[in-house]
Structures are given as structure tokens and as C-alpha cells.
Design a protein around this ligand. Structure first.
Ligand code: NDP
Length: 476
């Protein structure tokens, strides 16, 4: 046995992860169900490091030093279960199975429990950064036992992206914690992209600007607080010209956004945990709305002229307003995402370090951004922070952005430009800071039709009003 770690599943992700491991000096056992992929990997990249190829799973397992660490990088869902089932009889106590695919955290919890019962470690690991990240340094979010991390930590921390000397990998928490955090990462990615798309749409409508001109605005924004991978590639995509037609690329792409389902998972989990991640939910619904072509066509025919004409008075002021509104909405999306992680951590006993999670996302992943440093600072400064919104750096940006945020959302509403994520983030902010919410009326209605009872502001206990009787109040 000579290999320090193994990878089975050598499609784009597994192949690049294996190359990354080899390039970093680790000897890597490699295996794939169909052996051509293994042969191609070794033929094309064998000189990048030490690969130990096997054509059978048994030989692959046999080529690993103990305790064995096997990374499974196959299609998520049933194929992952199939590979795990094949691996189990070949492994021995203390060996580690690492699932780096996009598994749902509930599946990871189930698999971890099953493997633990057999004396094996199961480490559901979120990996973000796509194929480039897998090769050059992804953001890595491992769950599983602390014991398994003793073996995996030094390897993963080395192959992950590095930012200012710090690795974008750290142990997130037990069983499904890693995949949970990866799921919320993807949810935040949905919100971030929707906010960027709305900002683009506003600039386009308000300024009658071309995509190339808007690309320039995003390029400028990338030099400031908004600096991030997504803002950077927005400039690249908006600046791109379609070779076939000579038109702006963004104008020849069908305006129906697709999804693989991690946004939906995030929203479903948040509903279960009772955490209002409104920005992520709006972003997820906005994608599905865009795909309802028949309804859009029907509504467009009937309501084509329902918006008002929009004339922006001062270009620079408007651009700055949109930037501030984008930053404030983005802060809301992250505040909600971190609330969600905290709730998951409490529900499943994961003890996740929120500031540490922000560190993992500073490099390698799709939402990598300068502003993640500030999230780390916020939780370091106050681990029990009730919401990121009130941490000093964020509170300052939000306060400074409020007038711009209101102008942008109000102007967009008048003009008929949809801003579901901007508008719902502002509504979330206003709801959180409200002195009184109309939730009191909801409670009254619930008590009226269903005797659901209510609490009072001035006395402890539950109460019910005899609505159909003399309207006196009784203890509920
Ligand atoms: P795919 O999801 O396309 O899966 C293909 C691989 O799975 C092949 O190696 C294939 O083997 C193997 N496979 C499928 N079914 C079985 C089975 N029943 N038994 C054994 N092997 C099987 O590969 P990707 O590289 O795109 O993604 C791998 C994982 O990484 C997925 O879970 C995916 O969701 C996730 N992913 C993550 C990304 C990220 O940024 N983190 C980006 C893309 C993917 P064969 O060659 O024999 O068909």
C-alpha cells in the first residue's frame, strides 16, 4: 500500500481534485467505474505527481495506506450510495470515506450514521469552486468526526485555496455540517447573483445604458467594497460580444435561468428551521418565474404598458444609489444565510464556528469576496451576535445606504422594473427594525377564527377572547 489518499470517480471534478492532490505532493490512488477515465488521467497528467491507478475497486482500496481515506466523487444521489455500498466490505475499522459530491446534508447524516455503526468514518465534504477550483484550490467544507479530520485536515488544508496565508478549509462540524454549510453557500450564491442581475437591470432601464457601459460600472465597483469574484465575472459577461451576431452576448442568451436544486434545498431547510431567508427564497423563485415562458407571454400581452416612464436625472447619483442598494441587500442576504447556519448548527448539535465559516469562503468558491473578512471580524468581535446587520461595519454600510436603497426600490416599482431581491431585502430590514409589527393583528385573527390564543404585552400567559360570545377574555 503506497497511496496516502484515493479518489474514485474521475469525471471533471474527481480528475481535477486528484491532480490537485498529486501536484501538492500527495500520492493519490485513482479509480473510476469505467477504466478509460483512469487511463486517460494517468496518460495525460501522470507527470504531475504520484498516481497509483487501479481498474478494480478492490485493488484501489488495497493500494491505500491505513487508515484509508477514499474520496468519492461520483454523481450525487443513488450512484453515491452504490459506490459506498461497494466500498464498505473492502474497508477496515477506522477507514474514512469522504463524499465530495453535492449531497443533501440529510443524506450525509444518514450515511454517516450507517458507516459509524460499522466502525468507519464518513465525511460529507462540501467543495466549491467548480472544475477550476478543484484543480487550483477550492473552498473545502468537511463535516464528519474530529478524528477523521486529523488525517484529512493536513491534506485538505494544503490543496484548498489560500488567502493571506490562511487555508480556505477547516473542519465545519460533525456528520452533515459540511454539506449543510455548502448548501447555504449555494443559497447565498443564488441571492448574490439575483442581486447583481437586478442591479444590471436597473442600470440598463434607468440609464438606457448598453451592456458594455454597464460592464464598465461593475469593473469600477470591483475596485471597492463590493469586490468579489461574481462582480468581476459580471463585468466579463456583460462586456462580451456574441461573435455570430455582433450583439451583446447577454442579449442573445434566452432569459430563463436554470438551477440544479441547491437553492431549493436551502429554502426548504430554512422553512423547516423557521429562518426567514427571504433574499435566497426570492432569488430561487425569480429563477423559476423566468422559466414560465407561457405565463410571461400572456401577462406581457395584457399588461405591456403597466410601468411608468423612467427618467434618471443624474447618472452618477443613480449609479451610486444602485451600488449602495446592492451592498445593503447583499448584507441582508449574508445575514440571513448566517442565521440559517446558526439555526442548523443548533438543531443538529454541530457547534459551527460562524466566523470560521466566513474564512473558508474567502477564496476558491463562487461567492469569494473581500467582504467575508468583515463577517469573520464581526463574529470574532461578538460570537453571540444576534444578526450580522447590527455588527458595526455592516450597520454603517446599511445605515449609509438606506436612503439610496429606498429611492432605488421605489423608482423601480414606479417604473415597473422587478426587483424581488432588492425589495424583499429592504422589507426584511424594515420589519426587523419596526417598533411594532402587524403580527399582532395576525394573532388576533387566528384567535378569532381558530381560538389559537395570543400573548399580551402587559401580562404573562396565553389568552383567548370569546369572539362568538360576550367578547370577554379568558386564560387560554
Ligand atoms: P458527474 O456528476 O457527471 O458524475 C460522473 C462520475 O460518476 C463518473 O466518474 C461516473 O463513472 C461516476 N458514476 C456515475 N454513476 C456511477 C455508479 N453507479 N457507480 C460508480 N460510478 C458512477 O461528475 P462531476 O465530476 O461533474 O461531479 C462529481 C460530483 O461533484 C457530483 O456529485 C457533482 O454534483 C459534484 N460537483 C461539484 C461541483 C462543485 O463545484 N463543487 C461542480 C460540479 C459537480 P463513469 O465514468 O464510469 O460513468
Amino acid at each position: 500500500a503506497t497511496a496516502q489518499i484515493g479518489v474514485t470517480g474521475l469525471a471533471v471534478m474527481g480528475r481535477n481534485l486528484a491532480r490537485n492532490l498529486a501536484r501538492n505532493g500527495f500520492s493519490v490512488a485513482v479509480h473510476n467505474r469505467s477504466p478509460e477515465r483512469t487511463r486517460t488521467l494517468v496518460a495525460e497528467h501522470g507527470d504531475e505527481g504520484t498516481f497509483v491507478p487501479s481498474e478494480s475497486l478492490a485493488d484501489f482500496v488495497g493500494s491505500l495506506e491505513r487508515p484509508r481515506a477514499v474520496i468519492v466523487m461520483v454523481k450525487a444521489g443513488a450512484p453515491t450510495d452504490a459506490v459506498i455500498d461497494e466500498l464498505i466490505p473492502l474497508l477496515e475499522e477506522g477507514d474514512i470515506v469522504v463524499d465530495c459530491g453535492n449531497a443533501h446534508f440529510a443524506d450525509t447524516r444518514r450515511r454517516e450514521e450507517a458507516l459509524r455503526a460499522q466502525g468507519l468514518h464518513f465525511v460529507g465534504t462540501g467543495v466549491s469552486g467548480g472544475e477550476e477550483g478543484a484543480l487550483r484550490g477550492p473552498s473545502i467544507m468537511p463535516g464528519g468526526s474530529a478524528e477523521s479530520y486529523q488525517k484529512l485536515g493536513p491534506i485538505f488544508e494544503k490543496i484548498a485555496a489560500q488567502v493571506e496565508g490562511e487555508s480556505c478549509c477547516r473542519h465545519v462540524g460533525p456528520d452533515g455540517a459540511g454539506h449543510f454549510v455548502k448548501m447555504v453557500h449555494n443559497g447565498i450564491e443564488y441571492a448574490d447573483m439575483q442581486l447583481i442581475a437586478e442591479a444590471y437591470d436597473l442600470l440598463r432601464a434607468g440609464l438606457s445604458a448598453s451592456p458594455a457601459e454597464i460592464a464598465e460600472i461593475f469593473r469600477e465597483w470591483n475596485g471597492g467594497e463590493l469586490e468579489s469574484f461574481l462582480i468581476e465575472i459580471t463585468a466579463e459577461v456583460l462586456g462580451h460580444t456574441d461573435a455570430a451576431t455582433g450583439r451583446a452576448f447577454v442579449d442573445v442568451v434566452l432569459d430563463q435561468a436554470e438551477q440544479k436544486g441547491t437553492g431549493r434545498w436551502t429554502v426548504q431547510s430554512a422553512l423547516d428551521l423557521g429562518i426567514p431567508i427571504t433574499g435566497i427564497a426570492e432569488a430561487t423563485f425569480a429563477r423559476s418565474l423566468s422559466g414560465h415562458a407561457d405565463q410571461r407571454e400572456a401577462a406581457r400581452r395584457v399588461f405591456a404598458d403597466a410601468g411608468e416612464k423612467w427618467q434618471v436625472d443624474d447618472r452618477d447619483t443613480f449609479v451610486e444609489d444602485v451600488r449602495r442598494a446592492l451592498l445593503a441587500s447583499k448584507i441582508v442576504a449574508y445575514a440571513q444565510g448566517f442565521d440559517h447556519i446558526r439555526a442548523g448548527s443548533r438543531e443538529y448539535d454541530w457547534n459551527i464556528d460562524l466566523g470560521g465559516t466566513a474564512t473558508i469562503w474567502r477564496g476558491g468558491c463562487i461567492i469569494r469576496a473581500r467582504f467575508l473578512d468583515r463577517i469573520k471580524e464581526a463574529y470574532d468581535g461578538e460570537p453571540d451576535l444576534s444578526t450580522l446587520l447590527v455588527a458595526p461595519w455592516f450597520a454603517e454600510r446599511v445605515s449609509a445606504g438606506v436612503p439610496a436603497w429606498r429611492r432605488v426600490v421605489a423608482d423601480a416599482a414606479r417604473a415597473g422594473v422587478p426587483t424581488p431581491a432588492f425589495a424583499s431585502s429592504l422589507a426584511y430590514f424594515d420589519a426587523l427594525r419596526a417598533e411594532r409589527l402587524p403580527a399582532a393583528l395576525i394573532q388576533g385573527l387566528r384567535d378569532n377564527f381558530g381560538a389559537h390564543t395570543y400573548h399580551r404585552v402587559d401580562r404573562d400567559g396565553s389568552f383567548h377572547t370569546l369572539w362568538a360570545g360576550d367578547r370577554s377574555e379568558v386564560e387560554g
